[in-house]
Design a protein around this ligand. Structure first.
Ligand code: ZN
Length: 271
């Protein structure tokens, strides 16, 4: 009896242990099933969810983009047509009567807008570090100076037997009509090679121009009158005339191969 009792006790003990083990296994199975079910529901539903989400996102984006186009358009640069460095001066856009500029001498009696002086000096000194010899041959011009240059050019054509109107028209492709020239802004410079100082298309082939054409944008300058943009700039090809527009604008214009007229037109859409 005693023996039996102790056996029973032992059996009860074993049962208890077995029950706990079973419960534990059951618990584990339940956990596994729950986890599996959850995972399954995520993977099964996820494509639907994602597409549902993306649809919603798309709808949201569409709503946003509609709003962006209508209410808050953004150009690909931070440029604004009212920025001082984007002033457009050409035959159709005269320099404002009250235009004022604070000048700084860069070198050899050449003055530019003081805000671009450092960039210009850096560009020239970097070019010289490459063994090149660029020199400034024209910079800021007063109205009087521009008038003198223009009337001299008109006289040249008059001597060639053109009439006054023809002479003025022809001259305007080489020397800006007073009030329509960038040199009056203090933001433009003519740079030539010291080995070849003639202002003709051959200038393009000098090492100095090749370097400037490739690198000037890094300093915020653009070749202002490219040969393929003559119809837009209304100025003949001038592979020596550089205009400061700021680094970001210059980089964008170079990348897109657009002249200032085109860039301003582009920015105007976002006003
Ligand atoms: Zn020039």
């Amino acid at each position: 009896m005693i023996k039996n009792k102790s056996n029973m006790k032992q059996e009860k003990h074993i049962i208890d242990k077995k029950t706990i083990l079973l419960l534990f296994i059951l618990f584990l199975v339940l956990i596994t099933l729950t986890v599996y079910w959850k995972y399954d529901s995520i993977t099964t539903n996820s494509p639907v969810d994602t597409s549902a989400n993306s649809n919603t996102m798309q709808e949201k984006n569409e709503t946003n983009s509609i709003m962006v186009v209508e209410e808050n358009p953004k150009p690909e640069t931070n440029g604004k047509i009212t920025d001082w460095n984007l002033i457009l001066v050409n035959k159709n856009n005269k320099i404002p009567e009250n235009f004022n500029v604070e000048l700084e001498e860069v070198e050899d009696g050449h003055f530019v807008d003081k805000r671009i002086a450092e960039s210009l000096k850096l560009m020239l000194s970097d070019a010289r570090k490459e063994g090149l010899r660029p020199i400034i041959c024209s910079s800021y011009r007063t109205q009087e100076k521009q008038e003198k240059l223009y009337s001299d050019k008109v006289k040249e054509y008059l001597k060639l037997k053109y009439n006054q109107e023809q002479a003025e028209n022809l001259a305007s492709y080489w020397v800006a009509i007073p009030g329509t020239g960038e040199h009056q802004t203090g933001l433009a410079v003519d740079i030539v090679s010291s080995n070849y100082q003639i202002l003709d298309e051959e200038q393009e082939h000098t090492k100095e121009q090749q370097w400037l054409i490739d690198n000037s944008y890094k300093y915020g300058f653009v070749l202002r009158y490219p040969t393929e943009k003559k119809d837009l700039t209304m100025i003949n090809y001038e592979p020596w005339h550089y205009r400061y527009v700021g680094i970001e604008n210059a980089q964008y214009m170079k990348e897109k191969n657009i002249c200032l007229e085109e860039y301003i037109e582009y920015l105007r859409k976002f006003e």
